[in-house]
Structures are given as C-alpha cells and as structure tokens.
Design a protein around this ligand. Structure first.
Ligand code: NAP
Length: 302
C-alpha cells in the first residue's frame, strides 16, 4: 500500500510561485518588473543546471533576468567590478552569485560585496545578522527559508518541538537553526545543531520531532535513527555511481528514503521536496527586494 505521508515540495512551491506571480504583476503596474541578475563563473555542470532552472522560473513568472557568465580564470577583482555595476543598476533588484566559485576567488569577500538590499541569497553578513536577531527586514537564505515554509504550510507543529539539524553549513544548517529558534509562533523550537564532532549522533536523532538532514552524505539517515512519527526533511543532493543509469550516476539525498518513509510521520521526497522550495524563495526574495527599492512596506507581501 502506498504511504500518504509525503510533503509535496513541488505543489507547495507552485502555490508560492502563484503568489509571487501576483506580486510581480502588481509591481509591473506600479514601478516596473523586478529584475534578477545571475552571475556564474566557470562551467561547473551543477552550477549551469541550477542557474538555468532559476532563470527559467524567473522568466515564467514575468520577472526580468540577466545572466553574466564569466570565464573560469576570472580574477576576484574582475568579479567585484561586475558586482559593483550590478549594485548600481536601478533595473537590477536582486543579485545571485552562484557558488562554488573558482579557488582564486574568496566566496566570503564576494558575498559581502553584494549590496545587502539586493542580496536575495541572504548571504551578506548584515542579512545573516538580521536573521539571527529575528529582524524580518532582511533576506533569509532560500533553502532554510523554503524548509520553514514547507513545515508551516504542511501544518507541522514547530513551536515547542525538538528539532535536530544534521550539518552546520553556512547555507543550510546554521541559518535553519537561527530561523527555528526565534521567539515567534511559527518557530519557538528547541534546536540541536549536529556535526561531524557530535557525540552519540543517533541518540540526538532519536529525540527529534523534526529531523533535518543537510550534510551531503548519501543516505546517512537510516530507519533506526528516526523516532516513529517524526517529520523528516532531506536537504542533501549527492551524486552516486549507478552503472544501470544512462549517465552512470544518480542523485540521492541524505536520508535512506525507502527505509525511513514507513517510520516517518511526514517526509520530503528527494527530488521533489526541498529543491523546488529553494527556487520559490529566491523569487519571493526578489519581489521583496523590488518592493524595498520602491520604499513600499514589505508587509504587503504577508
Ligand atoms: P556543508 O557546508 O559542506 O556542511 C556539511 C555539514 O555536514 C558539516 O557541518 C559537516 O560537519 C556535517 N557532516 C558531514 N559528514 C558528517 C557526518 N558523518 N556526521 C555528522 N555530520 C557530518 O554543506 P551544505 O552546503 O550545508 O550542504 C549540505 C547538503 O545540502 C549538500 O548535499 C548540498 O548539496 C545540499 N543542499 C541542497 C540544497 C537544495 O536546494 N536542495 C541547497 C543547499 C545545499 P563539520 O562541520 O564538522 O565538518
């Protein structure tokens, strides 16, 4: 019998896209379309796919996009010059610099060079600080913000819940902790942030009402690590060898999905869970940036 405990990230992302489409049409009438600039350095295959998917979604909803593709040997100075130009361009409301960047470029320097008002990825230190302080005027990073929306729109009780996050990365684990520990009705969770030095990891996992795996370790979370009825969110995107597939590999998450699904109360499929939400939140952030640029009240979005 098929289990009906999936959190359908594609359907929830589509709801958010429809809301965003409405905001974009309203903005077009008032002040012109929101504009999002993508910057990609080099030809990393995953980055090419990610930028293409984000561009497509942007154009489908009626926002403007422009894509800057720089050569692999671009210097940090050249990249910073381009970002400076985009920061100054009035038709550009959001700037996304796709990571990973080549090794001659310092990612932190680049993220800090994007205007905080155009930082739709939420990686600028000012926005990271606002997130931690619970100041809703900033931009939240798209993947953890998308997971938060998934939980809210799936009617999952966050307030008072024990949340265990596996992985303390700057893009998912740390900001996810900051979002869920806020003193707010949609948060108020007790959060444990686990990593490679955590002792008794399995015991932490077994305490979780909500278990979020963001490590980048293929199928790490097994059935005996999950409390029956827990909500399981799988963020990982891992490429593993698969001689039976046409290109010799396939993508899996950080959760052993077929073993964990029967135990979980709710679980995200992977793909089709967190991934679509990341793009939905990026476009939502772009609309927020465009509203901010006109000096209008951001609460018109809520
Ligand atoms: P990251 O910065 O590399 O962080 C990985 C974290 O996992 C680190 O904190 C590391 O611990 C921890 N870890 C690794 N192996 C572990 C183990 N065996 N036991 C316990 N902890 C372990 O990664 P990230 O950027 O946060 O990304 C995590 C995953 O999410 C990746 O698969 C990435 O592709 C995926 N992702 C998906 C989306 C999406 O839209 N679906 C977006 C972003 C990321 P230490 O800190 O101790 O080293």
């Amino acid at each position: 019998m098929a289990l009906d405990n999936l959190i359908d990230g594609r359907a929830i992302a589509d709801q958010i896209h429809e809301e965003t489409r409405g905001h974009i049409s309203a903005l077009k009438e008032k002040s012109g379309p929101p504009g999002l600039a993508f910057v990609r350095v080099g030809e990393d295959p995953a980055s090419r796919v990610y930028v293409a998917m984000k561009e497509k979604a942007c154009n489908r909803l009626g926002a403007h996009s422009q894509t800057h593709i720089l050569k692999e040997d671009t210097t940090e100075k050249e990249l910073l010059k381009l970002i400076g130009e985009l920061n100054a361009a009035p038709s550009v409301h959001g700037i996304l610099v796709q990571a990973p960047l080549p090794e001659q470029i310092n990612e932190a320097t680049v993220f800090a060079s994007v205007s905080p008002n155009k930082d739709v990825d939420g990686f600028h230190p000012l926005n990271v600080g606002k997130l931690l302080l619970g100041d809703s005027d900033g931009f939240s990073p798209c993947t953890p913000a998308g997971i938060h929306e998934l939980l809210i729109r799936s009617n999952i009780q966050i307030s008072g819940a024990e949340v265990v996050i596996l992985g303390r990365g700057n893009i998912v684990g740390k900001p996810m902790t900051a979002i869920l520990c806020q003193k707010q009705d949609s948060a108020n969770a007790t959060v444990s942030l686990c990593h490679s030095r955590t002792r008794n990891l399995k015991e932490h996992c077994l305490r979780a009402n909500i278990l979020i795996a963001a490590m980048g370790v293929p199928e790490f979370v097994k059935a005996d690590m999950v409390k029956p009825g827990a909500v399981v969110i799988d963020v990982g995107v891992n490429r593993i060898a698969d001689p039976t597939s046409k290109n010799g590999h396939r993508l899996v998450g950080d959760v052993d999905f077929s073993a964990v699904q029967p135990i979980a109360g709710k679980i995200t499929p992977n793909p089709g869970g967190v991934g679509p939400m990341t793009i939905a939140m990026l476009l939502r952030n772009t609309v927020r940036a465009a509203i901010k640029a006109t000096g209008q009240d951001l609460n018109t979005l809520n």
